[in-house]
Structure formats: C-alpha cells, structure tokens
Design a protein around this ligand. Structure first.
Ligand code: UT7
Length: 335
C-alpha cells in the first residue's frame, strides 16, 4: 500500500493519582524489590473514582487535536482501542464525539463522524493504525482520531499479586490524515497477527460468557487473569519475530531504525526482544517504570513521552512492536 496514512498530531494523558510499589506492599504480599526486578515498574497512574476511560480518552484527544491543529468538526472517524470501555454500549468513541460537540444539528445533519470502539487488548493501538490506514486508503480526505484508552484499574483484582502490580490507567491519541500535510510520521507499514487458540492466556470476563443475574455477587472472572509466564514466553518470541519480519520486508536492519518502541508491559520483555533483534540499547525506548502496562495506551504514551524527552523527532524511523490478549501482536514502521 502506498504511504497514504500520516500521523499529524499526538497527545497523551495519565491521571494524577499515583500508586507506587510501596503502596501495593500494603495491599498484597509483594515488595518493591520483587516488582522492580521482575518488571521494571516503579509506579502506575490510577483514575480517581468517578473518572473513566472516556475521561482519559478526552484528555488525550484534546492534546492530539491541538497538536495537529485540527478542529473536531474536521474528523471523519473516531476509533477507540480499549478493553476497559466505560460501557459495552454506548461506545467510548461516541462518548468522545459527544463531548467534542459532534452532535447532529436540529435537521439531523452535521455529525458525519464514524465512531467505533474495538478490542485487540494491548495490541489495540497498533491494530488501530492498520484500521486507519485502510480507511484512509479508501477515503484519502478523511481525518481519523485514533485513541488508545484504558481504565484497567477497574478490572484488576487488587488482592491478586500476580496481576495487580502490572497495570495502570491512561490514554494516548493520534490524528491521522491521508495526505502528508502537517505529517509528523508516515505510517509506512503495519502487520497485525493473532492466535485465538491461545485466548485463555489473558482473560477479562464480564461479557455474555458470564451468566449473572441481578443481585449476584461479582464472579472472580470479572477481573483480569493471566498466565504470566506463558504470556512472557509468547510475547518475546512473537514480538521479536514480527519486528524482524517487518524490517526484512523493507530491506532494513536495526541500524536503520532511530527508535524502537515496544509495548510497555515488562522491562524484561522489552530487553529480551531488543536483544533478539540485536538493536543498540540506546535506541530502545522504555517508560514502563512510570506508568506500568496501560494496555492499548502504551504505544501512543511512549511516542508522546519520547517526543517530549527529545528522543523522537518528526520523520525519524520508528519500529513499533506490540503484544496482548487474544492473543494478538504486531509491528509497524513509522518514518
Ligand atoms: O500486555 C501483555 C500482557 N502482559 C505481559 O506481558 C506480562 C507477561 N508476564 C510477566 O510480565 C511475568 O510473567 C510476571 C511479571 C507476571 C511474573 O514474573 P515471573 O518472573 O514470570 O514470575 P512467576 O510468575 O514465575 O512467579 C515467580 C514467583 C512465584 O512464587 P513461587 O511459586 O516461585 O514460590 C509467584 O507466586 O513469584 C511469585 N510472585 C510474586 N512474589 C511477590 C508472583 N507475583 C508476585 C508479586 N510479589 N507481585
């Protein structure tokens, strides 16, 4: 596919409230030393009671729109990648559109914006880039707002030490156009993979498989469960393989890459993937220590952080890599 998809604005948001490893020591049998050495995580940001994924999404959306110099009325599509939406219905994307003022006028006209949530778990943002690429190939005049937003703290069992230490809340957003006007990076390529036979490795219930009646206690499988060791193994193997394949497809090596941004779930996974790829450590971006795993938000949060830190400049060659529930994974090339 020709390079017909460009990121022209970027923004992110994390809530003010911070939960440190020491805070978690008071909730479960864990230690700062264990969490830091096994995951690289020092703290995570948590939404206050009353604030939801859509609130985080709105903040990131405002930042990305301002960065792009795009007004909400110009948007043709709003896609929200999330596995912790405010509701099954309405979609988080519709909530965002409503709060951006994109409502139909009296005559029923005026809100030609397609709003949709989708769930590829932690791979959601990268899957969303492919979705945007496809939409903009068909509608080059379109303007897509793609948001990765999560309120995972709502679906974490804070008595389960094997999962509650790993996740945080936050959102990141990009504005994508079919033309290169105002482009920060072109989305050169995306590859999205899955293996549904491994769906049981990461599960968050609450859907129709959960047969609950009004008044029932919340079943345990309402909360996220994960077979951590297995996920770790698959994540390293798949992320490394797909990243390598992406580079080969474009006749590139890791030396051609300016920055490698992998899904921020665990420092040990990022380091293992980096080492399998043979990429210089200085080119590997890491911010998992500050936010933990924010699922669909990790990649846009990392892109925004990297830019703020001066490590990412427009036009640089960026290799993105992701992995998540489903299971899903993939790679993308920005330049
Ligand atoms: O976004 C994609 C989804 N997620 C991921 O990518 C996460 C992938 N997995 C991981 O990051 C790691 O597997 C974990 C961080 C979840 C776990 O690290 P691990 O090195 O694989 O530890 P483990 O599960 O093998 O557990 C080792 C020990 C166990 O004790 P025993 O059986 O050896 O006595 C656990 O019970 O560590 C224990 N443990 C803990 N100890 C203190 C598990 N969680 C904790 C904890 N604090 N929070």
């Amino acid at each position: 596919m020709a390079n017909s998809c460009h990121i022209c604005g970027l923004g992110s948001y994390v809530p003010d409230k911070i939960l440190t490893n020491h805070d978690l020591e008071k909730l479960v049998d864990t230690s700062d030393e264990w969490i830091l050495s096994r995951t690289g995580i020092r703290q995570r940001h948590i939404l206050e009671s009353g604030a939801n994924a859509s609130d985080a999404a709105m903040e990131a959306a405002h930042a990305a729109l301002a960065d792009a110099g795009v007004s909400p009325e110009e948007l043709t599509h709003i896609f929200v990648a999330t596995c912790s939406p405010d509701y099954f219905c309405p979609s988080t994307a519709c909530l965002v559109a409503g709060r951006l003022g994109l409502s139909a006028k009296g005559d029923g006209q005026g809100a030609h914006v397609m709003c949709m949530d989708f769930n590829a778990a932690c791979s959601g943002f990268l899957y969303g880039l492919e979705l945007a690429r496809s939409v903009l190939a068909l509608r080059p005049d379109g303007v897509v707002l793609l948001i990765g937003a999560e309120a995972l703290s709502r679906r974490i069992d804070f008595s389960d030490r094997s999962t509650c230490i790993l996740f945080g809340d936050g959102a990141g957003a990009v504005v994508l156009r079919g033309s290169s006007a105002g482009s920060l990076w072109g989305v050169q390529d995306c590859s999205c993979c899955s293996d549904g036979s491994l769906h049981n490795l990461i599960v968050m219930g609450g859907g129709s498989a959960m047969e609950v009646k009004k008044g029932d206690m919340l079943p345990d499988d309402f909360f996220l469960t994960m077979q951590g060791r297995e996920v770790f193994r698959h994540a390293v193997r798949s992320m490394a393989a797909e990243s390598r394949a992406m580079l080969e497809r474009h006749g590139m090596t890791v030396d051609d890459i300016d920055l490698f941004i992998a899904h921020q779930a665990n420092l040990r996974i990022i380091e293992a993937v980096g080492s399998r790829l043979g990429i210089d450590e200085s080119k590997v971006f890491v911010n998992v220590q500050d936010y933990a795993n924010t699922s669909a938000a990790t990649l846009p949060l990392a892109l925004d952080d990297a830019r703020t830190q001066g490590r990412l400049k427009p036009g640089m060659k960026v290799l993105l890599s992701t992995f998540g529930g489903g299971i899903t994974w993939g790679a993308a090339l920005l330049a």
